[in-house]
Design a protein around this ligand. Structure first.
Ligand SMILES: Cc1ncc(COP(=O)(O)O)c(C=O)c1O
Length: 396
C-alpha cells in the first residue's frame, strides 16, 4: 500500500513493542517477567469507578463539548489552585484523549513545517515521533548521566537556532525519574523568554514525587515565563487511570481555542464517562494518591537497593515517576548468561529476554545508548524474581 510520508516514516512506540514481544512470549507459555510498560498496576480507586457508574446511570452518555465539560475544566482549575496555588481559568484548559493526545494537539496547532523543537535526552519515546508527525524537526539536547540527566543551559543554547520554536520538558522524567531542580526550570524558562521560544512542560508525573524531592508547575515560575509555557497533565499516572484516556493542556486562551478547533474536527470530545470519573479523581479524597505513592516508594527503594548490589551498574536516583534507568554499558563485550556477548542496549534487552525471560526497554528508544529502563510499577514479588534473574544474567 502507498502510505503517506508522515505515516510511512513513523516508528512504532518502542515501549509498546517491547511489551508486545514479552506478552507474545508469555502467551506461548514462557514464564516472562516484564517491566516494560509505564502504568500503575493498581486498579483505579473505587470512588472514581463509582463516579463513572453514576455518570452512566444518570445518562451522561452523550457528546460533550469537544474540549471537555465545564465541570472538569473547573476541577482542573481547582486542583491547580490546591496543588500549586496557581490561578487559572477554564478558558486556559482543554481536555483531550490522554496526555499523549494533548501533546500531539499542541504540536499540531503550533508547529510550522521545519520548526525545530528542543528535546533533552533521555526523552520519552513519543516526543520525537510526535514532533515529526506535526511537521517539525526534533533537535536532541544531550543531558548526560554525569549531569544527573539535567540539560545545561549551555547545551540548550548551543542547539538553539532561528528555527527553534519550543523546548519540551518532562520533570519528573520518563525514562529517568529525574526531577529538574527548580532553579534549572526557572533558568530554562528565562532562556525561553529571552529567545522568544515556548516551553512545553509535560507534568504527567507531578504527583508521583518521593519524599525529599520537590517539583513545581512551570506556570508558577513567574508571569513572563508562564506566558510562554504550555503545561500537559492528566489522570493516567497519578490516579491509575491509563485506560480512561483523559489528559489536558493548560495554556493561553488563544492556543486553547486553536486546539479546540482542531479537536472538534479530529476526535470530538474525550469519553464523557471518563470525564466525570476524572472530576471525582481531582476533587475527591486524595489519599488514594499518597497510598499508591507509598507503595511505589517501597518498590523504588527495593529496586535501587538490588541494583546497588550489582557490580558495574550505575544510575541517577529517580526522585519521581516509577522507573529505574540504569547504565549497563560496562557489561558490553563481556560474557553473559548462556555465553552471550552484546555490544549495545538493544541487543542486551533481547539477550536478557531470551536467556533470563526478563523484559526491559532499551535506552536506545529514549536517545540514551548504554542504558535500560525498568518500570517498578509492579509488586515486590515480581520485582524480586526479575532482579534475581537480572543479577544471574549479568554474572554470566
Ligand atoms: C512522559 C509521558 N508523557 C505523557 C504520557 C502519556 O500519558 P497518557 O496515557 O495520558 O496519554 C506518558 C505515558 O507513558 C508519559 O510517560
Amino acid at each position: 500500500m502507498d502510505f503517506s510520508p508522515a505515516v510511512a516514516s513513523l516508528k512504532p512506540s518502542a515501549t509498546i513493542a517491547a511489551a508486545t514481544k514479552a506478552k507474545e512470549l508469555k502467551a506461548s507459555g514462557v514464564d516472562v517477567y516484564e517491566f516494560t510498560l509505564g502504568e500503575p498496576d493498581f486498579i483505579t480507586p473505587e470512588h472514581i469507578r463509582e463516579a463513572a457508574i453514576e455518570a452512566m446511570n444518570s445518562g451522561k452518555t452523550h457528546y460533550t463539548p469537544a474540549g471537555g465539560v465545564i465541570e472538569l475544566k473547573q476541577a482542573i482549575c481547582e486542583a491547580a489552585l490546591r496543588d500549586y496555588n496557581l490561578s487559572i481559568k477554564p478558558e486556559n484548559v482543554i481536555v483531550s484523549n490522554g496526555a499523549k493526545h494533548s501533546i500531539h494537539n499542541v504540536l499540531t496547532a503550533m508547529l510550522h513545517p521545519g520548526d525545530e523543537v528542543l528535546i533533552p535526552t533521555p526523552y520519552w519515546v513519543s516526543y520525537s515521533a510526535l514532533v515529526e508527525l506535526a511537521g517539525g524537526v526534533p533537535v536532541l539536547v544531550t543531558a548526560s548521566e554525569e549531569e544527573g540527566f539535567c540539560p545545561s543551559i549551555e547545551n540548550i543554547a548551543a542547539k538553539t537556532t532561528d528555527r527553534t520554536k519550543m523546548i519540551m520538558l518532562n520533570s519528573p522524567s520518563n525514562p529517568t525519574g529525574v526531577i529538574y531542580p527548580l532553579d534549572l526550570m526557572r533558568q530554562i524558562g528565562e532562556f525561553a523568554v529571552e529567545k522568544n521560544i515556548y516551553v512545553l512542560s509535560d507534568e504527567i508525573y507531578d504527583k508521583l514525587v518521593y519524599p525529599g524531592w520537590e517539583t513545581k508547575c512551570m506556570l508558577t515560575m513567574g508571569d513572563e515565563i508562564a506566558s510562554r509555557t504550555i503545561v500537559i497533565n492528566g489522570v493516567s499516572k497519578a490516579y491509575a487511570m491509563t485506560g480512561w484516556r483523559i489528559g489536558w493542556t493548560i495554556g493561553d486562551p488563544e492556543l486553547i481555542k486553536a486546539i479546540n478547533k482542531l479537536q472538534s474536527q479530529q476526535t470530538s470530545n474525550p469519553c464523557s464517562i471518563s470525564q466525570y470519573a476524572s472530576i471525582a479523581a481531582l476533587t475527591g479524597p486524595q489519599d488514594c494518591v499518597s497510598q499508591m505513592l507509598g507503595e511505589f516508594a517501597k518498590r523504588r527503594d527495593y529496586t535501587l537497593s538490588r541494583l546497588r548490589e550489582i557490580p558495574e551498574i550505575s544510575f541517577v536516583e529517580p526522585g519521581g515517576a516509577f522507573y529505574a534507568f540504569f547504565n549497563v554499558s560496562k557489561y558490553f563485550g563481556k560474557t553473559l548468561q548462556g555465553g552471550v556477548v552484546v555490544d549495545n542496549a538493544t541487543d542486551f534487552c533481547t539477550a536478557l529476554l531470551e536467556q533470563a525471560q526478563v523484559a526491559l526497554v532499551t535506552g536506545d528508544a529514549f536517545g540514551a545508548p548504554g542504558f535500560v529502563r525498568l518500570s517498578f510499577a509492579t509488586n515486590i514479588e515480581t520485582l524480586t524474581v526479575g532482579l534475581d534473574r537480572l543479577a544471574r544474567f549479568l554474572a554470566g
